[in-house]
Design a protein around this ligand. Structure first.
Ligand code: ZN
Length: 222
């Protein structure tokens, strides 16, 4: 079952069930196990606040932590699963956070920016297969789709960049692009999508992904 593909009401029910279980059995227990040193939480406000030291530890070792978690999650699901078709379990667990489509983001980006490749400036035609939405900082590091990390790109750049970081000069470009997107923008959708964005954040993610082994830097070929 792919979460994104199930019915909206079922999604909400699942989320609320997970939330209830987390509140009952997870936040408090883990808080106790870590003697209150990892995070603070408030059930009423639904807030979890990480200790900055823990946060930076998690970013430093993100790849390792994610791989360990995925491995144990797959091992756990394997035990719960009676169907023997579990060969691809690890692959499924690894892509658990993956979204099915970036189309909605493409539409938004095309509303605010010229139809051209963020990297090589090539004009993007209306041809369906020509316009791609690229994760500036690789998806396998951020594991989420945030508009501030998404850019329009041509087919060539998108496929040659693959899972790599672009050269650092582009970091300035995306920061500027994000400024343009959020400055004086009164569109409620953009305000929500940019709510947790700070230029400091994308710089930090860029540096942390290098530390996590994303150190083969991509340069576009013109
Ligand atoms: Zn390009």
């Amino acid at each position: 079952m792919v979460f994104d593909k199930v019915d909206d009401t079922l999604q909400i029910r699942l989320v609320s069930k997970v939330k209830t279980t987390m509140k009952e059995n997870v936040y408090g227990a883990l808080y106790g196990d870590t003697r209150g040193s990892f995070y603070a939480f408030d059930h009423k406000k639904e807030i979890v606040k990480l200790n900055p030291v823990v946060h930076s530890f998690m970013l430093n070792y993100q790849r390792l932590i994610v791989n360990l978690t995925n491995y144990h999650m797959a091992a756990m699901i394997e035990q719960l699963n009676e169907v023997p078709s579990i060969n691809y379990l690890l692959g499924k667990v690894e892509s658990i956070a993956k979204r099915s489509s970036l189309k909605p983001f493409e539409k938004i980006l095309l509303t605010y920016f010229k139809a051209e490749c963020f990297y090589c400036s090539k004009k993007l035609s209306d041809n369906e297969r020509e316009t791609h939405v690229d994760h500036f900082i690789p998806w396998s590091f951020v594991q989420s789709d945030n508009i501030w990390n998404l850019v329009l790109s041509c087919n060539k750049c998108n496929s040659s960049k693959s899972d790599r970081l672009p050269t650092r000069g582009y970091l300035e470009d995306i920061i500027e692009r994000n400024h343009k997107l959020s400055d004086e923008n009164e569109d409620a959708t953009i305000i929500t999508l940019m709510k947790n964005y700070k230029s400091k954040k994308i710089i930090m993610l860029y540096d942390f992904s290098i530390k996590n082994g994303f150190d083969s830097i991509w340069v576009p070929k013109y």
